[in-house]
Design a protein around this ligand. Structure first.
Ligand SMILES: NC(=O)c1ccc[n+]([C@@H]2O[C@H](COP(=O)([O-])OP(=O)(O)OC[C@H]3O[C@@H](n4cnc5c(N)ncnc54)[C@H](O)[C@@H]3O)[C@@H](O)[C@H]2O)c1
Length: 279
């Protein structure tokens, strides 16, 4: 039942958050302190439940159902954003983990999705807007196969995931590889789109979490000895928290980050420093 005491906040700027999962919910909760929020997820019930909870806490949070992998769904999200007067912050948090094991679907959700969303929403960016795309440490220190690299320059193309799969030998088609390719592709997307966003007076950045304690992350721990090894190699000796990701998103979205664009912020407790050899 709707909260009869809820109040709308037309005085606040709009933040659009894609993903109402673990990390997405933490980001929505944080941004709802200073923005009205539109939260989009393919799981309409999850978005609704989150919006209801945060409305009860005094936020102005609206849910919207959106499948980021389909143009029609993303276009209707863009219309909702236009109707709401444009956005100041876009945080694309939704993503499938390597455990999803569907090679093409991981690429579609983690790469085609953010490409379609950023392209459809850019015309509705208000002055000083910022887009923050959640990538991963997994996209760092990785080089895609020579046949795959050129395909990553067309992340908006709905056939790209299929083409990447076709260029990957069947024995290599793991969820882990699709995840690395998708997150590497997202880092590249952010650098490639920086000019277009600049023309609108807007910024685009990626954020790469290392090991973060989330329900999704916990499932990966059960399935992956590599992940347990990565934890022991994290210089700060622990996983990060979703609150620490929300801190970083809040900063990147804010005017204090007003000259930061086209780059990536690693939030990994120093893990990249131990994994990726320095030149
Ligand atoms: N947890 C970690 O350690 C870690 C590390 C690095 C990066 N990440 C990244 O953080 C992000 C969020 O992780 P999380 O733990 O919140 O994940 P989660 O699984 O809790 O939430 C992901 C959300 O994405 C939604 N989603 C899936 N497919 C979608 C689609 N087609 N369209 C719209 N929404 C869709 C799901 O319904 C879900 O609500 C992901 O991009 C993940 O790759 C996580």
């Amino acid at each position: 039942m709707d909260n009869p005491y809820a109040s709308k906040r037309p005085d606040q700027r709009l933040a659009v958050v894609i993903g109402a999962g673990g990390m997405g919910a933490a980001v929505v909760r944080r941004l709802s302190h200073a923005y009205r929020v539109l939260v989009a997820d393919i799981d309409a019930e999850r978005a609704k439940t989150l919006a209801r909870e945060l409305t009860d806490e005094g936020g102005d949070v609206e849910p919207v159902a959106c499948d980021v992998t389909t143009t029609t769904s993303v276009d209707s999200l863009a219309r909702a954003v236009a109707d709401a007067g444009g956005f100041r912050v876009l945080a694309h948090v939704a993503g499938l983990s390597p455990a999803a094991e569907n090679f093409q679907q991981i690429l579609r959700v983690n790469l085609t999705g953010p490409a379609l969303v950023t392209r459809a929403l850019l015309p509705h960016a208000t002055a000083g807007a910022a887009a923050i795309l959640v990538s991963s440490l997994a996209g760092h220190g990785f080089t895609p196969a020579p046949a795959v690299a050129p395909l990553l320059t067309e992340p908006h193309d709905e056939r790209t995931a299929e083409r990447i799969e076709a260029e990957t030998p069947p024995e290599n088609r793991s969820g882990a590889l699709a995840y690395q390719i998708s997150k590497y592709g997202l880092l590249s997307l952010c650098r490639r789109e920086v000019g277009a966003w600049g023309e609108h007076g807007a910024r685009i950045v990626s954020l790469s979490p290392g090991l973060i304690a989330t329900p999704m992350g916990a499932i990966e721990f059960e399935h992956s000895p590599t992940k347990r090894d990565l934890l022991t190699r994290t210089p700060l000796g622990r996983q990060g928290t979703m609150l620490e990701i929300a801190d970083a998103v809040e900063f990147l979205a804010s005017d204090r980050a007003s000259f930061i664009s086209g780059t990536d912020l690693l939030v990994d407790g120093g893990l990249a420093g131990t994994l990726i050899p320095t030149p």
